[in-house]
Ligand binder design. Structure first.
Ligand SMILES: Cc1cc2nc3c(=O)[nH]c(=O)nc-3n(C[C@H](O)[C@H](O)[C@H](O)COP(=O)(O)OP(=O)(O)OC[C@H]3O[C@@H](n4cnc5c(N)ncnc54)[C@H](O)[C@@H]3O)c2cc1C
Length: 330
């Protein structure tokens, strides 16, 4: 049996140890479960605030960050056996997690990191947990064009595939060749962009429980690395000067209701700087909500609702959140 650093933890190792109803509901107990034949540690009561870019939210009832496909499958199997809901977590840069935390098992892709550049095809294979900015820089350093736009998006490859992340008039769907997904049943499938029903910041994977394990992107090798790096730097610089990167946020909170931009509608409603608790509508970009220190998820949720109501009242448009809201809110 493995040794735990946390002396208050209960440690279990078993071929699918069963969790009692009392244990499922008792979030005050700290436990560790080691899945057999994996190096996978499932922990209870793990704070999620440090794992999201908003820096708010309560604990996961159970949390795990598998390092390979076998471990991932074992985690799905364990959750299924226990009858637990599954929440998938990438870099946490587009999430608002309830202060009450999340029931069930949270599976993080943060340890699934790997890239492979294929010079013969110009394709790059990237694992789900690979940070998008790191991938963009790796491509630029090789003189491969195609991901310069992604450098300022602090998400993971998996999150980008699911959210169809985009910037500077490009988006994930434009360069995706295919993606490998793992269904909760344990079945692995390769899906093309056509099968993902992509449109603006959405895909059919949103809310599907299928975990993106890797993605293949088509890039254009053969350019001068200095030139690609210069363009990548310019994109980053442009975002840093027009968007507030100095405080925790989730980037744009609302989808743009074409032909308008959410930021302009919020600004014209006079909400720049408006604050509820520690959550504030950013002065620099009104579609950003900032955690100015000590904000709760509830503060942010209330501010989202307030903005929706005010914009509806003044402009007759109901803004739809781009941020994924997880857990219970009043
Ligand atoms: C400062 C800042 C700037 C931003 N700028 C942009 C921008 O310019 N353009 C843009 O599009 N976005 C932007 N975002 C939002 C965010 O970075 C993107 O939506 C990003 O794609 C989210 O990726 P993630 O890994 O953080 O996903 P998470 O926030 O962890 O998750 C988002 C959703 O994807 C699901 N998910 C995550 N990983 C997987 C996986 N491997 N398999 C299945 N489901 C998964 C989650 O369950 C959740 O539903 C910004 C955010 C911040 C904080």
């Amino acid at each position: 049996m493995h040794i735990s650093q946390n002396t208050n933890s209960t440690i279990h190792k078993s071929s699918f140890l069963s969790v009692t109803k009392e244990e499922k509901n008792d979030l005050s107990k700290s436990q560790l479960i080691y899945l057999p034949d994996t190096d996978c540690q499932i922990k209870s009561q793990v704070p999620l605030a440090t794992l999201t870019s908003f820096r708010v939210g309560g604990p996961a009832q159970w949390y795990v960050a598998p390092r390979n496909l076998e471990a991932l499958k074992a985690c799905f199997e364990w959750a299924n056996t226990q009858g637990l809901a599954i929440t998938l977590l990438g870099a946490g840069s587009n999430l608002l997690v309830s202060d009450r935390g999340l029931p069930g098992l949270v599976i993080s892709t943060r340890h699934l990191r790997h890239t492979e550049f294929k010079p013969d095809t110009g394709q790059v294979i990237a694992a789900a947990g690979e940070p998008l900015p790191r991938l963009a820089w790796q491509a630029a350093e090789r003189g491969w064009q195609g991901l310069e736009w992604a450098v300022g998006i602090p998400g993971s490859v998996g999150g980008a595939v699911v959210m169809n992340a985009g910037a500077h008039k490009s988006c994930t769907a434009d360069m995706l060749v295919n993606t490998q997904v793992l269904a909760p049943s344990g079945i692995l499938e390769t899906l093309t962009p056509q099968q993902l029903s992509y449109s603006y910041r959405t895909s059919s994977l949103q809310g599907s429980q299928c975990l993106v394990t890797q993605a293949i992107f088509q890039l254009q090798p053969g350019s001068d690395p200095e030139q690609v790096m210069a363009t990548t730097s310019q994109h980053l610089e442009q975002r840093r000067t027009t968007q507030p990167y100095h405080l925790p946020s989730c980037g744009s909170v609302f989808r743009n209701p074409k032909p308008y931009t959410a930021g302009l509608l919020i600004e014209q409603t006079g909400l720049k700087g408006y604050q509820i608790g520690g959550a504030q509508v950013a002065e620099r970009h009104a579609n950003f909500i900032l955690n100015c220190g000590g904000a709760t998820a509830s503060d942010i949720f209330q501010l989202i609702n307030y903005i929706q109501q005010q914009v509806q009242q003044h402009r007759g448009i109901w803004l739809k959140p781009e941020v994924r809201i997880l857990g219970e809110f009043e």
